[in-house]
Design a protein around this ligand. Structure first.
Ligand SMILES: Nc1ncnc2c1ncn2[C@@H]1O[C@H](COP(=O)(O)OP(=O)(O)OP(=O)(O)O)[C@@H](O)[C@H]1O
Ligand SMILES: [Mg+2]
Length: 435
């Protein structure tokens, strides 16, 4: 049966807010349109100005709506990896039905039981990702429904973020008039899109170089193992250029786009261009090789920091190499420089869809893929997900630990409400199961 669904992804970055609208039909994504607005309220991936961010989101959404003539109500929201914690979680239940065949409901209960564990009050649940199901003693099961057993277990990864960061992000999206259909960790969505199955299994670093930050994510055995965020990105390169070339930020950004090169050895010394000097009527002339040295210096330092982060994660070896993406991955020579500094295989990932061939959109495309995969796995039938009203965020109860109510005075009321909210959060994630 052919199924078509329309999804909208929202990526709130330090450089830009991006909205991507895609239709998924028979497992294939077709990009319908996108919206883009400069981001002025986000620094190093964290929201520092709610009002400015709300305005940027509205502008990006409006431009996507104008382009596609589709009204966006619900979005899949990417959450940055700053202050993210990944921890293993385990759930165990007895299979309910008399004939001991595992049903949707058993799956729901085992996922529920995996998250009923202590999340500190300053943390919020983002995603609960099942790694494997175990039926009696049979492990490595991807989908236990329909199998027979007495005991159903799940090994999962619990992803949490800081309450403040999550709150600010959700507040902005709600104030822009949008419902949040699902929240997904950005490098989880991007990595699962950009990496091949072999890379996901073998031990591979996914590196997203954005404007204000660089995200490092390590995948192995098919799952996201660790993430880190380095507060350095393309904006630092632009700033270096503007200082050294004594020009404005706008001119430096323009030069980076037009003549930028990261690899000194391959940059041209005959390609010359003029740069307006701040506070003077004159222009100075430079070669691509000259700016490649400036750009390469900053990026080599960044790649050293990436290696340090991988070392801190305990990563000894990268059999799958490195996959680079993010807006800065468009820079010529960046893969060569990364190879030289990090001494391993490096490739650049660029999403390849009509209308979107841009590594700056890897996160957005990944968000749609992630959600479409979830819907396919759990069999959701709805045809118009982005038009569905979702439960609005009330600023208090997003994904809280049902057990943390015991420290409150009004335990009964609050913990009941929280319990329901955890359910509704998971419900949106595993939507079909809860119907
Ligand atoms: N063609 C290009 N050549 C060189 N640099 C580019 C090009 N296109 C975009 N960039 C740079 O990529 C960066 C923006 O990347 P991206 O859109 O991935 O960032 P973001 O997601 O908004 O930020 P972050 O992920 O840090 O929050 C900017 O520094 C921009 O100058
Ligand atoms: Mg980004």
């Amino acid at each position: 049966m052919s199924q078509q669904k329309i999804y909208a992804a929202l990526d709130i970055g330090s450089s830009a807010v991006k909205v991507l609208i895609g239709e998924v039909s028979n497992g294939q994504l077709h990009v319908i349109g996108d919206g883009y607005a400069q981001s002025s309220g986000v620094k190093k991936s964290a929201i520092v100005d709610i009002e400015a961010t709300v305005q940027s989101i509205k502008r990006a959404v409006e431009s996507a709506e104008r382009m596609t003539n589709i009204k966006i109500n619900d979005v899949i929201l990417g959450i940055p990896a700053n202050q993210i914690a990944l921890q293993p979680a385990k759930g165990v239940v007895a299979v309910n039905s008399e004939n001991k065949e595992i049903t949707d409901e058993d799956l729901q209960r085992v996922m529920d039981s995996a998250q009923v564990m202590s999340i500190p009050p300053d943390r919020e649940l983002v995603n609960l990702i099942p790694r494997q199901f175990i039926v009696d003693s049979l492990s490595e099961i991807q989908d236990p429904r329909g199998m027979m057993g007495v005991r159903l277990e799940v090994d999962a990864t619990l992803i949490t973020t800081s309450r403040t960061l999550g709150h600010n992000l959700m507040r902005c999206v709600e104030r822009a008039g949008l419902n949040i259909r699902e929240i997904v960790l950005q490098p989880l969505a991007g990595g699962q899109l950009a990496l091949t199955d072999d890379e996901l299994n073998q031990g591979t670093a996914y590196i997203d170089i954005g404007g204000g930050s660089t995200t490092v994510a390590f995948f192995e055995n098919g799952i996201l193992q660790q993430t880190a965020v380095i507060p350095v990105g393309g904006d630092h390169v632009t700033k270096d250029l503007s200082i050294i070339l004594k020009t404005t930020t706008e001119a430096a950004e323009q030069i980076k786009y037009q003549y930028g090169h990261a690899y000194f050895e391959e940059a041209s010394d005959t390609e010359l261009f003029e740069v307006p000097v701040v506070g003077a009527d004159s222009k100075d002339q430079y070669s691509q090789k000259y700016i490649a040295e400036i750009i390469g210096f900053r990026l080599a330092e960044l790649f050293d920091m990436v290696l340090d982060e991988l070392g801190r994660m305990g990563v000894q070896d990268l059999p799958g190499g490195i996959v680079l993406t993010g807006g800065m991955a468009k820079l010529e020579g960046i893969a060569q420089l990364a190879r030289q500094v990090m001494q391993t295989r490096v490739r650049v990932y660029t999403p390849d869809y009509i209308g979107i061939r841009d590594p700056g959109y890897t996160t957005s495309v990944g968000l749609i893929h992630f959600m479409a995969d979830q819907d396919a796995f759990f069999g959701e039938q709805a045809m118009t997900p982005i038009a569905d009203p979702a439960e609005p965020y009330d600023g208090e109860t997003w994904g809280q630990d049902p057990t943390d109510g015991e420290f409150d005075d009004d335990v009964d009321d609050k913990s009941n409400k929280k319990n329901k909210d955890v359910k509704s959060k998971v419900k949106s994630f595993f939507s079909k199961i809860f119907e």
